[in-house]
Design a protein around this ligand. Sequence first.
Ligand code: PLZ
Length: 485
Amino acid sequence: MLGDGAVDANVHLMVFSLSSPSQPNPQCPSLEIWSYTFPMTTLTNLEQVRRVVTAIPGPNSNALIQRRAEAVSGGLGLTFPVAIERASDAILLDVDGNQIIDMGSGIGVTNVGNSASRVVANVIDQVQAFTHTCFTVAPYLNYIEVCEALNRLVPGTHKKKSLLVNSGAEAVENAVKIARHYTKRQAIVVFEHAYHGRTNLTMALNAKNMPYKEGFGPFAPEIYRVPMPYSYRWIGPQETITEDAMEMITHKIEKEIGAHNVAAILIEPIQGEGGFIVPPKGFLPALAQYSREHGIIFIADEVQSGFARTGHMFAVEEEGVVPDMLVTAKGIGGGLPLAGVTGRAEIMDSVHVAGLGGTFGGNPVACAAALGAIATIEEDGLVERANHIGKLLGDGLRALAAKYPVIGEVRGRGAMQAVELIVPGSIEPNSAAVTKVLKYCTANGVFILSAGTYGNVIRFLPPLVISDELLTDALSVLDEAFATI
Ligand code: PLZ
C-alpha cells in the first residue's frame, strides 16, 4: 500500500568497534569489524500522521535558525523556518519532535516520497561500491541506464539520446547550448512568468526581476520574451486566447527577431515558479507546430512538471506534444542532485566530442538514486496516484474557493495544484493573504510553498505517496488557515 511507510529492504551496516569482535581486522588488530543487518524501517520510517508537540518553529529550530544566520550567506531565502531532522514518505520530523505534513516535496523533488526505500537502498549500495570517477574520464553503467530510461520515457518514437548534469539550471543551459550549436542560430524565445534557474544564462531566461535578477547583470544576450497566455490575467477574450497568444508570439518572432534566427523556443509546459500557470488547450501543440515549420528547436523545461507530477510522466503528454528536447531535474533523483537533457539523437550528437561535460554530472550515487526513483514511479503506479491526488486535492481546493472569496482561482494538473489569492471583488494580487496562510499552516504542522510573479499563489506539490488521510488533514488545516484571514 502506498504511503504507509512499509519498507522491505534491509540495510547492511559495517560497524567499526574496539571490542566484541566478530572478525579480526588484519589491517589494524585493535580495530575490529562488525557486520550486521537490521531493517531499514528502524532508520527511516515515521508514522504517517501530523503531530504538533511544540510551537512551530520550536526552540531547537529557532536556535538552529540563529546559528544559520551567523554562518550562512544572507543572500539565501528561507521559506519555512523549521529545521528538519528526518523525513519519510510525506512526513517531515523537525528538530523539536513535530511531525509535519510535506505538501512541497522540497519544491517538487521527492515525488517518490522522502527517503523512498528503493532510493535509499540503491544509494547505500552505490556509496559502498564507488562514489565518483567523472563519467567523461571513466564511464560506469548506471549513468547509461538513466539515459536509457530517459530515452524510453520522454515522449516521441524517434531515436533519442541524453546527457546528465547536476541541476535544473545546468540542464537548461546545456539544452540551449546544444540547440544553438545544432541550428547555428542564436536567438532563444522565452515567456512571461518563466523560470529556468539562477546561473547567468538562466537568469536572463527568467521573467521576474526580484529576487532572481536584481543587481546581478549584465545578462546574456539574444534572449527574447513573448507573452504567456495566463488565462486568469489575460485581458483579451478567453474564447480565442490560444489563437490571440499565437498571433502575438509569431508576430514578435517574425517582426522583431526573424524566425530563421531563432534557435529554440523554451517553455515550461506548466509554469512553476511563475504561479502554476497552465496554458490553454491547444497552445503547446500550436507552438510545437510553429517550431517545426520554422526549424526551431522546441524545448520543454519539465524540471518542475516532470516525473509523474502532473498525472503523466511528463506534462507535455497531456496534449500529445513531442518536444525536440526535454529538460529534467528535481524528481529524477528522488532527492539527490541530478538533471538531464534528452533530445532527438541527431541534435544531441551534433556537438563535437568533449563539447559537453562537467566533473560531477551524472554522479554514480545520484544515478543510483534516479534508478530507484524511476522504478518506484513505474512499479508503484505513481502516475495514476498523481491523478488521484489531483482529484482529491483539486476538489478540496475548489470547496475552499467556494467558501473563501480570497481564492480567485484554483488551477493545476495532477499533484501540481495551486490557488491564486486576490483582494475579494477584484483580481488584485493578495500576497499578504498568502503570508498569513503560510504562517498558520507552519504553526500547525503543514508545509506549503508560495509562488507567482506577484507572490500571491499557494502551490501544492505533495509527495505522490501521500496517503488520502494526510491529504485530507492538510486540507482541513488549510480551511482553518483561510478562516483566520
Ligand atoms: N526550471 C521549471 O522550476 C527550479 C527554484 C528554487 P535548479 N525551481 C525551483 C530556487 O529558489 O532556486 C527550476 C524550475 C524550472 C529550472 C529550474 C532550475 O532548477 O535545479 O534549481 O537549478
